[in-house]
Design a protein around this ligand. Structure first.
Ligand SMILES: [Zn+2]
Length: 263
């Protein structure tokens, strides 16, 4: 389907919703809000905002950021995945969330079934400041671990993965997203590359210590995880991809599961 016909399809959907909303309304404020809602092109599922335009994050990563919650396509895809699979957050769960995104922290912290703990190495706003390669919790503590775009900053990521697996309960799941260059069959890392400018050049960001390749799941498996790759992008229609600002960002989501039979 061409970009124009996707836009036309989206416009039609919005127009139908708009007509439904104003058909029986005599409240002018409501009608005004409906007009605004109907003609906003995009929608951020994370903060549930109508978005007129996604913002640039950098000169090479453009039209990606929600102007309200500041989250990116990978996070919108993750939130859509959680919405599609409510069973992932059902029951009494203990969750450890590294480098928590503000909006997600707000949402998880008010869910009464969750014991929710935020963690980071440096951020003073989290519950606990910890080193991910030496997690101060006993084995089999957490039902869920959220660790998105963290491991590419960690020099000994294999030790971090091993620690994440250790503190995850058997049957638990971890969201372990990292940036991946799909043109690399093997992860590229060189400990002699230490200058921020060199890291930017080789790894895409000044504080990254490697660029993961297609062998990323192998590292997770070596740490003990069963790897589950979710292609949420592919499950959306083109109109939905456009609406959620992920059309040009077919990022797959990486989950690590701990076998129920683990000891
Ligand atoms: Zn948002």
């Amino acid at each position: 389907m061409s970009g124009n016909s996707v836009l036309f399809q989206l416009f039609n959907l919005q127009l139908e919703a708009f007509i439904d909303q104003i058909k029986y309304s005599t409240d002018h404020t409501k009608i005004h809000l409906s007009i605004q809602k109907a003609f906003s092109t995009y929608f951020c599922p994370c903060c549930e905002s109508q978005v007129h335009e996604w913002l640039d994050w950098s000169s090479s990563y453009r039209k990606v950021e929600c102007p309200y919650c500041k989250l990116h396509p990978r996070q919108r895809l993750f939130w859509l995945h959680l919405n599609q699979h409510p069973e992932l957050l059902q029951g009494r769960l203990k969750i450890l969330h590294f480098a928590p995104e503000f909006v997600f922290r707000e949402r998880f912290s008010i869910m009464p079934n969750l014991e929710y703990i935020t963690a980071d190495l440096n951020d003073p706003a989290v519950d606990i400041r910890i080193d991910i390669t030496n997690i101060p919790y006993p084995d089999n503590t957490f039902n869920v671990i959220l660790c998105s775009h963290v491991l590419e900053h960690v020099p000994d990521d294999r030790q971090a993965m091993s620690e994440l697996w250790r503190v995850l309960k058997p049957g638990g799941w971890a969201f372990l997203q990292v940036p991946i260059d799909s043109s690399l069959t093997e992860t590229f890392e060189d400990p002699t590359i230490t200058l921020p400018s060199d890291r930017l050049c080789h790894y895409g960001q000044e504080d990254h210590v490697r660029m993961y390749g297609l062998d990323y799941p192998d590292r997770l498996e070596a740490a003990g995880f069963i790897v589950n790759i979710e292609d949420v992008h592919q499950r959306l229609s083109e109109a939905e991809q456009l609406k959620y600002g992920v059309l040009a960002h077919p990022e797959k989501l990486y989950f690590g599961l701990k076998s129920i039979n683990s000891v």
